[in-house]
Design a protein around this ligand. Sequence first.
Ligand code: 5GP
Length: 221
Amino acid sequence: MAILKSTLAFLVLAFAFFFCCVMSTGSYDYFQFVQQWPPTNCKFRKCSKPRPLQRFTIHGLWPSNYSNPTRPSNCTGLQFEARKVYPQLQSDLKISWPDVESGNDTKFWEDEWNKHGKCSEQTLNQRQYFERSHAMWTSFNITEILKNASIVPHPKKTWSYSDIVAPIKTATERTPLLRCKLDKKTQLLHEVVFCYEYKAKKQIDCNRTAGCGHQPAISFQ
Ligand code: 5GP
């Protein structure tokens, strides 16, 4: 009986440990590096600036699961600390990762770290998480890539999904994912996602999550 009790106690403790220390630190398979087109964001959310930025900026770096599309979020871990975003990193992020909605950059970084970054803290600590994100942003300039393919904001023109993906795929040698917002019957290009393997070092194809529909054609404005 005593052996049974202690075995049971051990199992309960082991389960509690697993739940608290493994599950909540976030188990994930890969990263989604999400860049957004601010004008589309501002069409759906209130933005304080009269004219949204006309370049792709970082929305977030999200540890993600293949099996469970509701990626891990709000894991336990170290809360955001502004002092870890040292001055040079801060000026870099103000360019690559601005808060396009209310201009409160630090608060946006804090929200993204607390919701997503903590879930991959075992791989990237807070400093590395923001440094790596900025490096990913600088590695390919989506705005320029699209411009060179004559894909520029236009109120009426539309493109097919593959029209937009093709030049990005050529430049990065990996398949990105496009996300759209539906505005009445129009799909507006909203986000371009790059995928990275578990350690966030190597870019991989994004081919296992849903993006914009292939119909109707995509508007970029
Ligand atoms: P997630 O929280 O999963 O990273 O993304 C969804 C949220 O991010 C939405 O509530 C959206 O409004 C917010 N978001 C996207 N871009 C910005 C931004 O530039 N600034 C702020 N403050 N929130 C943003």
